[in-house]
Design a protein around this ligand. Structure first.
Ligand code: URA
Length: 244
Protein backbone atom coordinates (compact mmCIF):
# COMPACT_ATOMS: atom_id res chain seq x y z
CA UNK A 1 0.00 0.00 0.00
CA UNK A 2 1.26 3.44 -0.94
CA UNK A 3 0.03 6.95 -0.27
CA UNK A 4 -2.09 8.26 -3.11
CA UNK A 5 0.07 11.34 -3.75
CA UNK A 6 3.16 9.09 -4.02
CA UNK A 7 1.41 6.82 -6.52
CA UNK A 8 0.47 9.84 -8.62
CA UNK A 9 3.99 11.24 -8.50
CA UNK A 10 5.50 7.85 -9.40
CA UNK A 11 3.17 7.48 -12.34
CA UNK A 12 4.56 10.78 -13.64
CA UNK A 13 1.27 12.67 -13.25
CA UNK A 14 2.77 15.55 -11.27
CA UNK A 15 5.21 16.37 -8.50
CA UNK A 16 4.10 15.16 -5.10
CA UNK A 17 3.12 18.71 -4.08
CA UNK A 18 1.04 19.16 -7.25
CA UNK A 19 -0.48 15.72 -6.77
CA UNK A 20 -1.67 16.80 -3.32
CA UNK A 21 -3.36 19.81 -4.87
CA UNK A 22 -5.11 17.59 -7.43
CA UNK A 23 -6.40 15.39 -4.61
CA UNK A 24 -7.63 18.37 -2.55
CA UNK A 25 -9.39 19.77 -5.63
CA UNK A 26 -11.35 16.51 -5.99
CA UNK A 27 -9.78 15.60 -9.33
CA UNK A 28 -8.66 12.14 -8.25
CA UNK A 29 -10.84 9.03 -8.06
CA UNK A 30 -9.98 5.67 -6.52
CA UNK A 31 -12.16 2.82 -7.74
CA UNK A 32 -14.59 5.37 -9.13
CA UNK A 33 -14.93 7.41 -5.93
CA UNK A 34 -13.57 10.94 -5.49
CA UNK A 35 -10.95 10.99 -2.73
CA UNK A 36 -9.96 14.24 -1.01
CA UNK A 37 -7.99 12.75 1.89
CA UNK A 38 -4.22 13.17 1.49
CA UNK A 39 -3.37 10.20 3.69
CA UNK A 40 -5.37 7.70 1.63
CA UNK A 41 -3.47 4.53 0.82
CA UNK A 42 -3.96 2.54 -2.34
CA UNK A 43 -2.74 -0.84 -3.52
CA UNK A 44 -1.67 -2.06 -6.93
CA UNK A 45 -5.11 -3.55 -7.54
CA UNK A 46 -6.90 -0.21 -7.04
CA UNK A 47 -7.90 1.75 -10.09
CA UNK A 48 -6.77 5.38 -9.88
CA UNK A 49 -8.13 8.08 -12.18
CA UNK A 50 -6.94 11.67 -12.58
CA UNK A 51 -9.32 14.06 -14.30
CA UNK A 52 -11.08 11.10 -15.85
CA UNK A 53 -7.96 9.33 -17.13
CA UNK A 54 -6.88 6.04 -15.55
CA UNK A 55 -3.22 5.74 -14.55
CA UNK A 56 -1.15 3.36 -16.58
CA UNK A 57 0.37 0.83 -14.23
CA UNK A 58 4.12 0.48 -14.49
CA UNK A 59 5.16 -3.15 -14.88
CA UNK A 60 7.25 -4.49 -12.03
CA UNK A 61 10.87 -5.02 -12.93
CA UNK A 62 13.69 -6.71 -11.04
CA UNK A 63 17.41 -6.42 -11.74
CA UNK A 64 20.51 -7.98 -10.30
CA UNK A 65 23.53 -5.71 -10.44
CA UNK A 66 27.11 -6.75 -9.70
CA UNK A 67 27.96 -3.53 -7.92
CA UNK A 68 31.56 -2.43 -8.23
CA UNK A 69 33.27 -0.50 -5.43
CA UNK A 70 32.99 3.27 -5.74
CA UNK A 71 29.23 3.54 -6.27
CA UNK A 72 26.67 4.64 -3.73
CA UNK A 73 23.52 2.54 -3.45
CA UNK A 74 20.92 5.29 -3.42
CA UNK A 75 18.85 6.84 -6.18
CA UNK A 76 20.60 10.22 -5.86
CA UNK A 77 23.65 11.52 -4.07
CA UNK A 78 23.90 15.07 -2.75
CA UNK A 79 27.69 14.92 -3.01
CA UNK A 80 27.50 14.09 -6.72
CA UNK A 81 29.02 10.61 -6.40
CA UNK A 82 28.15 7.90 -8.91
CA UNK A 83 25.11 5.87 -7.89
CA UNK A 84 24.13 2.30 -8.76
CA UNK A 85 21.45 3.74 -11.05
CA UNK A 86 24.21 5.12 -13.29
CA UNK A 87 24.96 1.48 -14.13
CA UNK A 88 21.42 0.84 -15.44
CA UNK A 89 20.88 3.82 -17.73
CA UNK A 90 18.51 2.02 -20.09
CA UNK A 91 15.89 1.20 -17.42
CA UNK A 92 12.82 3.43 -17.78
CA UNK A 93 10.93 2.29 -14.70
CA UNK A 94 11.56 4.08 -11.40
CA UNK A 95 13.76 1.49 -9.79
CA UNK A 96 15.51 1.77 -6.44
CA UNK A 97 18.06 -0.44 -4.66
CA UNK A 98 16.78 -3.19 -2.38
CA UNK A 99 18.71 -2.47 0.83
CA UNK A 100 22.20 -1.01 0.73
CA UNK A 101 25.78 -1.86 0.05
CA UNK A 102 28.46 0.53 1.26
CA UNK A 103 30.27 2.73 -1.23
CA UNK A 104 33.33 0.49 -0.94
CA UNK A 105 31.50 -2.84 -0.94
CA UNK A 106 31.06 -4.80 -4.18
CA UNK A 107 28.74 -7.66 -5.10
CA UNK A 108 25.09 -8.56 -5.52
CA UNK A 109 22.52 -5.83 -5.20
CA UNK A 110 18.93 -6.02 -6.42
CA UNK A 111 16.99 -3.11 -7.89
CA UNK A 112 13.26 -2.99 -8.41
CA UNK A 113 10.21 -0.74 -8.51
CA UNK A 114 8.26 -3.25 -6.38
CA UNK A 115 8.10 -1.96 -2.81
CA UNK A 116 6.48 -5.08 -1.42
CA UNK A 117 9.19 -7.32 -2.90
CA UNK A 118 11.85 -5.03 -1.46
CA UNK A 119 10.25 -5.35 1.98
CA UNK A 120 10.25 -9.16 1.71
CA UNK A 121 13.93 -9.15 0.79
CA UNK A 122 15.14 -6.79 3.48
CA UNK A 123 13.05 -7.18 6.63
CA UNK A 124 15.01 -9.51 8.96
CA UNK A 125 11.85 -11.47 9.85
CA UNK A 126 11.89 -13.03 6.37
CA UNK A 127 15.44 -14.27 6.94
CA UNK A 128 16.82 -13.89 3.42
CA UNK A 129 20.45 -14.92 3.75
CA UNK A 130 23.23 -12.75 2.40
CA UNK A 131 26.75 -14.14 2.17
CA UNK A 132 29.75 -11.84 2.30
CA UNK A 133 33.42 -12.53 1.71
CA UNK A 134 35.61 -10.26 3.81
CA UNK A 135 39.34 -9.76 3.66
CA UNK A 136 40.28 -8.77 7.19
CA UNK A 137 43.33 -7.42 8.94
CA UNK A 138 44.55 -9.94 11.49
CA UNK A 139 43.85 -13.64 11.65
CA UNK A 140 40.81 -14.36 13.81
CA UNK A 141 41.14 -17.50 15.91
CA UNK A 142 38.43 -20.08 16.44
CA UNK A 143 37.10 -18.35 19.53
CA UNK A 144 36.65 -15.03 17.70
CA UNK A 145 34.93 -16.74 14.78
CA UNK A 146 32.57 -18.44 17.27
CA UNK A 147 31.77 -15.03 18.73
CA UNK A 148 30.74 -13.80 15.30
CA UNK A 149 28.59 -16.90 14.88
CA UNK A 150 26.82 -16.64 18.20
CA UNK A 151 26.14 -12.91 17.93
CA UNK A 152 28.04 -9.77 18.79
CA UNK A 153 26.93 -6.89 20.94
CA UNK A 154 26.94 -3.81 18.72
CA UNK A 155 25.79 -0.34 19.72
CA UNK A 156 22.37 -1.08 18.15
CA UNK A 157 22.02 -4.43 19.94
CA UNK A 158 23.02 -8.08 19.54
CA UNK A 159 23.46 -9.48 16.05
CA UNK A 160 21.49 -12.60 15.14
CA UNK A 161 23.42 -15.88 14.81
CA UNK A 162 25.58 -16.01 11.68
CA UNK A 163 27.39 -18.68 9.72
CA UNK A 164 31.13 -18.15 9.51
CA UNK A 165 33.80 -19.98 7.54
CA UNK A 166 37.52 -19.27 7.33
CA UNK A 167 38.48 -19.45 3.66
CA UNK A 168 42.18 -18.73 3.78
CA UNK A 169 44.95 -17.20 5.84
CA UNK A 170 47.95 -15.22 4.66
CA UNK A 171 50.50 -15.27 7.46
CA UNK A 172 52.95 -13.08 5.56
CA UNK A 173 50.56 -10.13 5.33
CA UNK A 174 48.68 -11.02 8.50
CA UNK A 175 45.32 -11.10 6.74
CA UNK A 176 42.52 -13.62 6.35
CA UNK A 177 39.59 -14.21 4.02
CA UNK A 178 36.41 -15.02 5.93
CA UNK A 179 32.97 -15.91 4.62
CA UNK A 180 30.03 -14.77 6.72
CA UNK A 181 26.31 -15.33 6.16
CA UNK A 182 23.76 -13.10 7.87
CA UNK A 183 20.11 -12.27 7.35
CA UNK A 184 20.00 -8.85 8.96
CA UNK A 185 20.98 -5.75 7.05
CA UNK A 186 21.96 -3.13 9.56
CA UNK A 187 24.11 -0.25 8.48
CA UNK A 188 27.73 -1.41 7.96
CA UNK A 189 26.91 -4.54 9.89
CA UNK A 190 29.64 -6.85 8.62
CA UNK A 191 32.32 -4.18 9.03
CA UNK A 192 31.14 -3.43 12.56
CA UNK A 193 31.06 -7.13 13.48
CA UNK A 194 34.68 -7.59 12.41
CA UNK A 195 35.69 -4.34 14.10
CA UNK A 196 34.18 -5.75 17.29
CA UNK A 197 36.57 -8.75 17.22
CA UNK A 198 39.57 -6.54 16.42
CA UNK A 199 39.93 -7.59 12.76
CA UNK A 200 38.84 -4.67 10.59
CA UNK A 201 37.57 -5.34 7.09
CA UNK A 202 39.96 -4.36 4.29
CA UNK A 203 37.76 -5.49 1.41
CA UNK A 204 34.16 -6.66 1.27
CA UNK A 205 32.06 -8.37 -1.37
CA UNK A 206 28.49 -9.67 -1.16
CA UNK A 207 28.75 -13.04 -2.87
CA UNK A 208 25.13 -14.02 -2.68
CA UNK A 209 21.67 -12.72 -1.91
CA UNK A 210 19.18 -15.52 -1.23
CA UNK A 211 19.43 -17.77 -4.27
CA UNK A 212 21.33 -15.24 -6.42
CA UNK A 213 25.06 -14.80 -7.00
CA UNK A 214 27.33 -12.78 -9.30
CA UNK A 215 28.42 -16.03 -10.95
CA UNK A 216 29.36 -15.43 -14.60
CA UNK A 217 29.08 -11.64 -14.31
CA UNK A 218 31.68 -8.88 -14.31
CA UNK A 219 31.60 -5.96 -11.89
CA UNK A 220 29.36 -3.24 -13.31
CA UNK A 221 27.10 -5.65 -15.21
CA UNK A 222 23.38 -5.97 -14.60
CA UNK A 223 20.73 -8.40 -15.78
CA UNK A 224 17.00 -8.68 -15.39
CA UNK A 225 15.83 -11.48 -13.10
CA UNK A 226 13.70 -14.19 -14.64
CA UNK A 227 10.11 -14.60 -13.46
CA UNK A 228 11.21 -17.88 -11.91
CA UNK A 229 14.01 -16.23 -9.91
CA UNK A 230 11.63 -13.59 -8.55
CA UNK A 231 9.15 -16.29 -7.56
CA UNK A 232 11.89 -18.35 -5.91
CA UNK A 233 12.94 -15.38 -3.79
CA UNK A 234 9.34 -14.71 -2.76
CA UNK A 235 8.87 -18.35 -1.78
CA UNK A 236 12.14 -18.26 0.14
CA UNK A 237 10.97 -15.20 2.10
CA UNK A 238 7.48 -16.54 2.73
CA UNK A 239 8.31 -20.15 3.60
CA UNK A 240 12.05 -20.20 4.29
CA UNK A 241 12.38 -22.89 1.64
CA UNK A 242 13.31 -22.89 -1.99
CA UNK A 243 10.28 -23.61 -4.18
CA UNK A 244 8.30 -26.85 -4.31
N1 URA B 1 27.79 -5.01 5.81
C1 URA B 1 28.69 -4.02 5.66
O1 URA B 1 29.45 -3.72 6.57
N2 URA B 1 28.72 -3.36 4.50
C2 URA B 1 27.93 -3.66 3.45
O2 URA B 1 28.01 -3.01 2.41
C3 URA B 1 27.00 -4.69 3.63
C4 URA B 1 26.95 -5.36 4.82
Amino acid sequence: MERLQKVLAQAGVASRRKAETLILEGKVKVNGVVIRELGTKVSKSDSVEVEGVELVKERNVYYLLYKPRGYISTVEDDKGRKTVLDLLPHVEERIFPVGRLDYDTSGVILLTNDGEFSYLMTHPKFKIHKTYVAKVKGIPNRELLKKLERGIELEDGMTAPAKVKMQSVDKKTGTAIVEITIHEGRNRQVRRMFDAIGCPVLKLKRESFGTLTTYGMNAGEARELTTHEVKQLRVLAETGKIGH
